[in-house]
Ligand binder design. Structure first.
Ligand SMILES: O=C(O)CNC(=O)[C@H](CS)NC(=O)CCC(=O)C(=O)O
Length: 271
């Protein structure tokens, strides 16, 4: 059994300020006894324009700061950030990394589903204009919580990816996010709990919250869901903070044994 934490805050275009907030959350999570902390998607910054994002991504203080904080606090950390691409200098990857309690990166995933949507009365976001889609599913990585499968935000809507992670051995699914307020109100908790229930995995959903800039706001409600679909912890509605939950792999094993949905699947019928 190990304690996990998810973080929630409002990133702006000030990379140093965002770094400081993340390092503070890392320290607090470790002081409370968490073995691993999950931070949101795009924790390094939320930019106001594509041009600003490209210029901010050249600043490497964020990852270095988070690595040092993880090492100092002796805690594993998952975090989302914008990653530069050497072949394409006009777009960035939307990336999640997992680092161990020494600050060394042990897993690296680039978001494969891009959020290109245009909803009546907002939001309209065209992620592919500024982001390069990743092209590989990353096998789960061994952590103090168990095997953690990496996905990001909008990926949560594509259940095939979660099923694939479960097949590869995931105990925990992670969705660092910056959900829009409108889609978050309608879908966020339902999607996360559905992924937890159908895969029988813990779900760690760190989230951005609040008004990042005049054009952009996020829903928040960072939460931890257990493999039965119970919400173990959820961040307060309006502020920066942490939520905690115990990951119990014996409980997870019992749920999988009592209702072995993975062995009941009939891919012969669905494909
Ligand atoms: O823009 C950045 O810098 C970081 N990237 C994001 O915040 C991404 C792309 S715009 N947001 C989402 O995927 C929201 C998904 C969502 O809200 C839903 O699925 O309903």
């Amino acid at each position: 059994m190990a304690l996990a934490a998810v973080g929630q805050f409002c990133a702006t275009s000030f990379v140093e300020a965002n770094t400081k907030i993340c390092c503070g959350l890392i320290k607090k999570a470790a002081e409370r006894g968490a073995k691993m902390l999950f931070l949101p998607e795009a924790s390094d910054f939320i930019a106001e324009s594509k041009e600003q994002a490209l210029s901010l991504a050249s600043n490497h203080v964020f990852i270095q700061g988070v690595q040092q904080a993880a090492k100092d606090a002796n805690i594993w950390v998952s975090v989302g950030f914008h990653e530069q691409c050497h072949e394409d200098t006009q777009r960035l990857f939307n990336t999640q990394i997992v680092m161990n309690d020494n600050g060394s990166v042990v897993a690296h995933y680039r978001k494969i589903h891009l959020f290109d949507v245009d909803i009546k009365n907002g939001p309209r976001l065209m992620e592919s204009e500024s982001t390069i889609a990743g092209d590989s599913l990353v096998p789960p990585v061994k952590t103090p919580l168990g095997q953690v499968g990496l996905q990001i935000c909008y990926d949560v809507r594509f259940s095939e990816l979660s099923i694939a992670q479960r097949r590869l051995g995931a105990d925990v699914l992670t969705f660092p996010s910056a959900f829009t307020v409108k889609t978050g109100m309608a879908h966020w908790e339902t999607l996360l709990r559905a992924r937890a229930i159908e895969t029988q995995c813990y779900v760690m959903a760190a989230a951005q919250i609040g008004q990042h800039n005049p054009k952009r706001a996020s829903y928040g409600h960072a939460m931890i869901v257990d493999p039965w679909g119970t919400v173990l912890g959820q961040c307060a509605d309006t502020q920066e903070g942490l939520a905690f939950g115990v990951v119990d792999l014996d409980y997870l094993g019992r749920i999988r044994q009592e209702m072995p949905v993975m062995t009941h699947r009939r891919p012969d019928q669905y494909q």
